[in-house]
Design a protein around this ligand. Structure first.
Ligand code: NDP
Ligand code: 8X3
Length: 265
């Protein structure tokens, strides 16, 4: 906890689910002194998250909500420059924003769904990483800072009806692995956290807002909560500088893989 004190932390996709829980967990761990930059498209929801954090943890945690669509390269390019000076010295980037759309199988997958998943989960994550890295690289010993990418079990095993989403998360995994190798001579830590099933707005987004269909995904099983993942993200960020929790896979008890590998009562 002491190790995170005074840090400036960016969480993408902090308006909901794992990102929101991660922001809350960082605040809980370091309430005395922390700067949180929370980003997503829904600025009103982000402002509510910021208010909730300030109310629960007090003025030691400074929260800056920023409206940012990571699928738009121009918005990502302007992001760092738009930050007030006291929020510019970023220490930790949590690349969490991401989504799945639909359950269609090839050749019936909607072009717009393919595009939004690729532009957000892959290009958006890469662009965010490239936008922040110059801040890390200016520091001593070739650079310092943490990059924590949220992948998925879906990046390790494909499943029918999830091919594009799985491909995006496989891309995250390979990008993360290559980046860690590129930064081997620096103090920059590159980490991946891969959740299994977590109940968030993820499935509501997948089914284009159909809550009943989303609920059916979790019927008869007990998914993880976003707090379960947040605890791991914050634990990883809080390790001693020479410790890199490079890769984490987290399942609920009933799960041992994607799709068919979920046990239902
Ligand atoms: P949620 O839908 O609850 O949250 C997704 C977050 O991403 C929201 O805050 C959303 O904010 C943000 N987001 C989506 N698109 C964009 C964009 N273009 N620009 C900026 N922010 C965006 O889902 P989860 O919390 O479950 O998802 C978080 C991450 O976890 C994702 O990367 C997901 O793939 C991954 N994951 C989820 C699993 C699960 O079972 N739930 C399992 C494994 C991985 P807004 O809409 O306001 O922009
Ligand atoms: C989502 C993982 O297995 O619930 O990222 O589809 S799974």
């Amino acid at each position: 906890a002491k190790r995170l004190e005074g840090k400036t932390i960016v969480v993408t996709g902090a308006s909901s689910g794992i990102g929101k829980s991660t922001a809350m967990e960082f605040a809980r761990t370091s309430p005395k002194s922390l700067k949180l930059i929370l980003t997503a498209r829904r600025i009103d929801t982000l402002k509510q998250v910021a208010e909730q954090i300030e109310k629960e943890f007090g003025s030691g945690v400074q929260v800056l909500p920023v409206k940012l669509d990571i699928s738009k390269p121009s918005e990502v390019k302007g992001f760092v420059n738009s930050l007030p000076a006291e929020f510019k010295e970023i220490d930790v980037l949590v690349n969490n924003a991401g989504l799945v759309k639909g359950t269609a199988k090839a050749p019936d997958i909607l072009e717009e769904d393919i595009e939004v998943m690729m532009a957000t989960n892959v290009t958006g994550l890469i662009n965010m990483t490239q936008a922040i890295m110059p801040i890390f690289k200016k520091r001593e010993d070739g650079g310092r800072g943490d990059i924590i990418n949220i992948g998925s079990i879906a990046g390790r095993e494909g499943y029918p009806g999830g091919s594009i989403y799985c491909a995006t998360k496989a891309a995250v995994r390979t990008f993360t692995d290559a980046l860690r190798r590129e930064l081997i001579a620096t103090r920059i830590r590159v980490m991946e956290v891969d959740p299994g099933q977590v109940e968030t707005e993820f499935s509501v987004v997948r089914f284009y807002g159909d809550k009943a269909k989303a609920d059916a995904v979790y019927a008869g099983c007990e998914p993880l909560t976003p707090d379960d993942i947040a605890e791991v993200v914050v634990f990883n960020a809080g390790r001693r500088e020479n410790v890199v929790v490079a890769d984490t896979l987290i399942f609920p008890n009933h799960q041992a893989g994607t799709g068919g590998a979920v046990y239902k009562k």
